[in-house]
Design a protein around this ligand. Structure first.
Ligand code: FAD
Length: 373
């Protein structure tokens, strides 16, 4: 009979959840994406859970259930292993990453125009993907009644509108991938047919760190990220702790989250209440609410997405759209041809000059973020 080796003697260099706790979570570098918990729970290992923003052992009794496979450590967007391979795969040589094309564009849908953060591009492209039967579901973020972001799986375009707009605090968008069986069941009910988990086709919307985690999972070819067919990244200068942010919002505006209609950062923080009163507050007043992991982050434009989106650099009511992959380019071209979106045409400069200027701006903004850290 083969000798049973004590744990970690077989692959003694493999780092495991305890290492993740020490190096990332306790060191305040966790971005709360939920990748570690989603992977571990999807394998029904019964080891870790998310407690607010913190991944942790379910209880002391569950520590022994840890298989010490190390996957949680390697897929964490904040750890170094896999980054070299990932950068090679996504042709990333510098701070803004590979750019296949860059455009500014806006939705042609009047309702999305009203609700979207910038050009409503994310919501419109998801609508297109549902209409053309390219996806069965999408992971986005919604608000609860107190404006706390909650990750949400959407199964049809009619539910999308509620998710449009930016939530300036963490939404652990990878967590809903935990149970693919439930997702398959929902899709099966919609289509009145049996649906296997490996058939699921989803789009994912997230911040650059979240997109990085999805890509690390895909690099390892592990469930549940294999169901993600489109990755939409959001530009991100910084993200905020929900509790701290709304304490400061209350201090600066005297508004409760329940009376806030929209928030937007354009140099300063603009907070619009439900009576349409707009407060402009200097951004630095919210510095204490910025998540610690953002201080070390070297990504602004979402280098690992198929397409990344932001408001910076775009004329009003448009989104900047950075296309990274062939799949991303095909999607944008198809949505343009099908009349879902309008592309901005610069008047005062040539397209080549315009693109160069925008890339330069994004590079400067990324370096500002890196140097601020
Ligand atoms: C925390 C944060 C910081 C940002 N900082 C910048 C910045 O500094 N400069 C800049 O140019 N752009 C920034 N953006 C991106 C910008 O605010 C818009 O999201 C982007 O321009 C897309 O706009 P849209 O109108 O095309 O998208 P919409 O059609 O409005 O769709 C937005 C999508 O983003 C999802 N979403 C919203 N909040 C979150 C969240 N917290 N986590 C994950 N998904 C979410 C929504 O569910 C929706 O699917 C930031 C976004 C976030 C979430």
């Amino acid at each position: 009979m083969a000798e049973v080796l004590p744990k970690k003697t077989v692959l003694k260099d493999v780092k495991v959840f305890k290492d993740l706790e020490e190096e990332i979570i306790k060191a305040n570098k966790c971005c709360a994406c939920g990748a570690c918990v989603a992977y571990c729970s999807s394998q029904t290992f019964d080891v870790i859970k998310m407690d607010g923003y913190t991944p942790q052992f379910i209880s002391d009794a569950n520590i022994e259930n840890c298989k010490e496979c190390g996957v949680c450590y390697y897929i964490c967007p904040q750890t170094e292993p896999l980054m070299k391979h990932l950068k090679e795969d996504y042709r990333i040589k510098d701070e803004i990453g590979f750019i296949q094309n860059i455009i500014a564009a806006k939705t042609k849908d009047e309702k999305i125009k009203e609700m979207g953060q910038d050009g409503g591009l994310v919501t419109t492209l998801l609508t297109y993907l549902f209409d053309k039967n390219k996806i069965d579901a999408a992971i986005v973020s919604e608000y609860d009644e107190k404006l706390k972001p909650i990750p949400k799986i959407i199964y049809n375009k009619e539910e999308l509108l509620k998710s449009s707009g930016t939530r300036y605090s963490i939404s652990s968008n990878i967590l809903p991938l935990t149970n693919l069986y439930t997702i398959a069941q929902e899709i099966a009910e919609k289509h009145h047919q049996i649906y296997d988990i490996n058939q699921i086709r989803m789009a994912f919307v997230g911040t650059p760190c979240q997109c990085r985690a999805i890509r690390k999972m895909q690099l390892l070819n592990i469930s549940p990220a294999h169901v993600i067919k489109y990755v939409f990244g959001l530009f991100c200068m910084e993200n905020f702790d929900y509790e701290k942010l709304f304490q400061l919002v209350k201090k600066e505006t005297n508004e409760d989250p329940t009376n806030i209609a929209k928030m937007n950062i354009k140099k300063n923080f603009f907070i619009t209440n439900k009576e349409n009163k707009v407060y402009e507050v200097e951004l630095h007043k919210f510095d204490d609410a910025v998540r610690n992991h953002c201080h070390d982050c070297d990504e602004f434009t979402g280098r690992f997405a198929d397409i990344s989106f932001g408001g910076s650099g775009a004329v009003q009511q448009n989104s900047m759209v950075v296309i990274r992959t062939e799949k991303g380019e095909a999607l944008i071209n198809n949505a343009l041809m099908a009349g879902y979106i309008d592309k901005f045409t610069p008047k005062k400069s040539t397209i080549t000059e315009w693109k160069a200027k925008k890339i330069d701006l994004l590079r400067r903004m990324t370096n500002n973020k890196i140097n601020k850290s």
